[in-house]
Ligand binder design. Structure first.
Ligand SMILES: Cc1cc2nc3c(=O)[nH]c(=O)nc-3n(C[C@H](O)[C@H](O)[C@H](O)COP(=O)(O)OP(=O)(O)OC[C@H]3O[C@@H](n4cnc5c(N)ncnc54)[C@H](O)[C@@H]3O)c2cc1C
Length: 334
C-alpha cells in the first residue's frame, strides 16, 4: 500500500503542477495515471506542437513543457504509478481515502485531487474475433515496459505515430517486428514513416501494408495472427505478442459513479478552492467545470494553487497556514 498526503489522479500538466503547489506547503503527492508516461494530452496527443500561451515562454513544445515541469517538481520527490487506471475509492473512518487502481495498486491519502483531463484514455480495440481472449496473454494495447518484448516475435498493428515509433524502437530489441497496416500510407510523422521504410529495406522490420488482421489464435497464449490482403489472400504470422495501436479515446469512466456532481461529463466545482461536493476531493484542470471555465493549461495551474491552499487543512489540521511568496521562502526540498 502506498501512503501519501495527496493522491493526484492524472499526471497531465495540471496534476504535475499540483505537486509543485502542494510541495511548497510540505504536502507529499503520489500520482497515478492510466497512460504509461506522464504529460497527459501534451505527451500523448501533441508532444511536438509548439504552445504559445504559457506565461514566460513565447513558444515551447508540449513535451518540453512537461519535461520542465518534471524538473520543477523534482525537489518534492513525487511518486508515480503509471499505466494504471483508478476505478474506485473508499472513505475511511478517519475521513481519509483508499484509492484503488485497476491493476491492484492501493493508495492511502488524506486528500484526493482529480486532475483527469478528458478522462482516462482507453485504447480503441479492433474488431477481431477472439481478441479479448488473449488480452494479457500476448495482446496488449499499450507498451508499458518495452523490455517485455526483448527477443520476442512482435506484431504491431496501426499506421499512426505510436505504431511507427514502437515499430522503430522495438526493432532494436525484439527478435522480429512485423508492422501491419491496412493502407499503403502511414498517418504518422513523415520522418518516422521514412525510418520505418528504411528499416524494412534493411530487413529489420517486416512490413505488411494493405493488410488487415482477420484472426488471432494460440493455445492459452497468442502465437498466431492471420492477415488478409486487398486480394483477399490470407496468410499467417507466428508471434509472441500483438500490439494493436489504433489510438486512444478519453472516457470519464468509473469517476462518474463516485457521487460527484457531474455536469456534461465534467465535475462541478466550487471556484473558491476547486473542491467538489465531496469533502477532501478536489477536481482541477480540464476535468472540472464552473461558469466561465476555459480548458487551458494556465487555468489549470491557477486551480492547482488554490486547491493546495485549501487542502492544507486536511493534511496539517493543527497548523495555521500563512501565505508566503517563493521569492521569500524559496523551494524547501523534502
Ligand atoms: C491538439 C491540442 C492542442 C492544445 N493546445 C493548447 C494550447 O496551445 N494551450 C493550452 O493552454 N491548452 C492547449 N490544449 C489543451 C490542453 O492540452 C489541456 O487543457 C491540458 O492538457 C489539460 O491538462 P490536465 O492535466 O487537466 O489533463 P490531461 O492533459 O488530459 O491529463 C489528464 C491525465 O489524467 C489521466 N486520467 C484520467 N482519468 C484517469 C483515471 N481514472 N485513472 C488514471 N488516470 C486517469 C489521463 O490518462 C491523462 O494522462 C490543447 C489540447 C489539444 C488536444
Amino acid at each position: 500500500m502506498i501512503t501519501t498526503d495527496i493522491c493526484i489522479i492524472g499526471a497531465g500538466p495540471v496534476g504535475l503542477f499540483a505537486v509543485f503547489e502542494a510541495g511548497l506547503l510540505k504536502m507529499r503527492c503520489h500520482l497515478i495515471d492510466a497512460l504509461p508516461q506522464v504529460g497527459g494530452q501534451l505527451s500523448e496527443i501533441y508532444p511536438h506542437k509548439p504552445i504559445y500561451d504559457i506565461p514566460g515562454y513565447p513558444t515551447i513544445k508540449a513535451q518540453e513543457l512537461i519535461d520542465r515541469q518534471m524538473e520543477q517538481i523534482a525537489p518534492f520527490h513525487p511518486t508515480f504509478t503509471l499505466g494504471e487506471r483508478v476505478e474506485s475509492l473508499e472513505k475511511q473512518s478517519d475521513d481519509s481515502y483508499l484509492i484503488f487502481g485497476n491493476e491492484g495498486t492501493n493508495i492511502h491519502a488524506k486528500v484526493v485531487v482529480i486532475a483527469g483531463g478528458l478522462g482516462s484514455f482507453e485504447p480503441r480495440k479492433p474488431d477481431i474475433p477472439g481478441l479479448s481472449t488473449y488480452e494479457g496473454k500476448g495482446v496488449s494495447y499499450m507498451v508499458k515496459n518495452p523490455e517485455l518484448f526483448r527477443d520476442r516475435k512482435v506484431a504491431i498493428a496501426g499506421g499512426g505515430d505510436s505504431a511507427l515509433d514502437w515499430a522503430i524502437f522495438l526493432s532494436e530489441i525484439a527478435q522480429r517486428v512485423t508492422l501491419i497496416h491496412r493502407s499503403d500510407n502511414f498517418r504518422g510523422a513523415p520522418d518516422s514513416a521514412a525510418k520505418v521504410f528504411e528499416l524494412a529495406q534493411a530487413g529489420k522490420i517486416d512490413l505488411l501494408l494493405s493488410h488487415n488482421i482477420h484472426s488471432v489464435d494460440g493455445y492459452g497464449h497468442l502465437n498466431r495472427v492471420g492477415v488478409v490482403n486487398k486480394q483477399q489472400e490470407t496468410s499467417f504470422i507466428e508471434v509472441d505478442a500483438l500490439i494493436p495501436l489504433f489510438g486512444l479515446s478519453p472516457k470519464l469512466g468509473a469517476i462518474a459513479n463516485w457521487g460527484l456532481n457531474i455536469d456534461k461529463s465534467a465535475i462541478a466545482v466550487d471556484t473558491f478552492d476547486y473542491s467538489t461536493n465531496i469533502e477532501r476531493i478536489y477536481a482541477i484542470g480540464d476535468i472540472n467545470t464552473y461558469p466561465g471555465k476555459l480548458k487551458l493549461i494556465l487555468c489549470g495551474y491557477h486551480e492547482a494553487a488554490l486547491m493546495a491552499q485549501s487542502a492544507f487543512k486536511y493534511v496539517y489540521p493543527e497548523q495555521k497556514l500563512s501565505f508566503k511568496y517563493t521569492t521569500v521562502n524559496g523551494i524547501n526540498a523534502f
